[in-house]
Design a protein around this ligand. Structure first.
Ligand SMILES: NC(=O)c1ccc[n+]([C@@H]2O[C@H](COP(=O)([O-])OP(=O)(O)OC[C@H]3O[C@@H](n4cnc5c(N)ncnc54)[C@H](O)[C@@H]3O)[C@@H](O)[C@H]2O)c1
Ligand SMILES: [Zn+2]
Length: 356
């Protein structure tokens, strides 16, 4: 039996299901029929790694249906989350005669999901789409919330939209083929949820205990759905709490030129956020040890493997959207007890420097 949760987005008056279970990929044609009944053509978008494992199976699945099926395999990685990849998708859609009533399906990690969602939002002013996230990070984070985007130049996610899929199909079996490093990166976001869970006014049970994979993913999706529901387009400062550790993380990612992947950067950023909150005397000193133990149990780094100067870090952090002015930063920080956070707008460069 698939577990499921539903995201409600009041502004867009949209709800969509997120199904979570092992083996769900085999149900893709069935779910497509249910979620996008108008479609007669389907364009699947994936990347080279994911295609190696799943393209044959997915192609076979659709051969047994009346759908007119095509697949576009994109090059791998963040460096291809670009307008050039989008252009390949527009060309493929035109070549295959994809119409507004047809369907687009993203099968892959966050990169494929983000590019494909933006493609779906703009092609013919919007074609319905389904997400099949295949990394842990995509399953617990990027596939929930409707943010879709590509990078441009050095700027991450600078061209994008809010465009929700008609449904999300999470097949936990697909995690069997991701690397241990990618799995750990997803766990960094799970630990993050466990450190904000008491600030979200929906009690789905704690993430700070070992859980079966499906339950863990379900709870993360429910927590993110609750936050998104409260602040769908990130205008009310509620969705911002999902950024715990992320202002530090984005600086580590940028300064390492991607050598420190997002999840590892988040792991280090979480530790920095706790150290800063301890310096500000707003959480107990031993809380950071608990956080470090959690991250280490998932083989995540708790300090940067590359040394960056405090000046470079501060400069990179200034480029983050969360800055107030050149010397004052807006950060999400732990507050009061493990699991609670708040947005703080008055953090000085000197206070940040104390933990770098
Ligand atoms: N939209 C959002 O709200 C949101 C949230 C968080 C992150 N993101 C974005 O997500 C991206 C990172 O996502 P990611 O960590 O999934 O990276 P990714 O998509 O690059 O996937 C990581 C690697 O795993 C491979 N892969 C994916 N699924 C596989 C499978 N089942 N078996 C084997 N290999 C597989 C990919 O080919 C890739 O090489 C970033 O671009 C980030 O900006 C978006
Ligand atoms: Zn993140």
């Amino acid at each position: 039996m698939a577990s499921s949760t539903t995201v409600t987005v009041p502004q867009a008056a949209e709800r969509y299901p997120i199904l979570i279970a092992a083996g769900l990929l085999a149900e893709l044609p069935l779910r497509l029929q249910e979620w996008i009944p108008s479609a007669s053509r389907v364009l699947v978008v994936t990347d080279t790694h994911v295609a190696e494992h799943y393209a044959t199976m997915v192609t076979r699945l659709f051969q047994e249906t009346p759908y007119s099926f095509s697949i576009k395999v994109l090059p791998i990685g963040e460096s291809h989350k670009t307008l050039a990849s989008l252009e390949m998708l527009y060309n493929k859609a035109i070549e295959t005669g994809l119409k507004r009533n047809d369907a687009i399906v993203a099968i892959g990690g966050g990169v494929v999901g983000d590019i494909t969602g933006f493609f779906a939002s703009t092609y013919l002013r919007g074609v319905s789409w389904i997400q099949v996230p295949t990394t842990l990070l995509a399953q617990v984070d990027s596939s929930v919330g409707g943010k879709v985007a590509v990078n441009h130049g050095n700027l991450k996610n600078i061209i994008g939209a809010f465009y929700h899929p008609k449904g999300v199909l999470i097949d936990t079996d697909t995690l069997k083929t991701i690397s241990a490093r990618d799995f750990a990166c997803g766990m960094a976001e799970v630990v993050k949820y466990s450190l904000i869970e008491k600030s979200i006014h929906v009690n789905v049970g704690s993430l700070r205990e070992p859980l079966p994979l499906e339950t863990m993913i379900l709870r993360c999706c429910q927590l993110k759905a609750a936050v998104v529901e409260a602040d769908a387009e990130e205008r009310q400062g509620i969705r911002e709490i999902l950024n715990l550790g992320h202002t530090f993380a984005h600086a580590y990612e940028a300064l390492s030129k991607g050598e420190i992947p997002h999840g590892e950067a988040v792991s280090i950023g979480l530790v920095k956020a706790f150290q800063l909150a301890i310096n500000l005397a707003q959480i107990s000193g031993d809380s950071v040890n608990e956080v470090i133990a959690m991250l280490e149990s998932h083989h995540l780094p708790t300090g940067s493997p590359i040394a960056f100067s405090a000046d470079h870090m501060l400069e990179a952090m200034r480029h983050d959207k969360k800055i107030v002015d050149a010397d004052t930063f807006r950060l999400v920080l732990p507050f009061h007890c493990l699991g609670k956070v708040r947005v703080q707008t008055n953090i000085s460069a000197e206070q940040i420097r104390s933990v770098l």
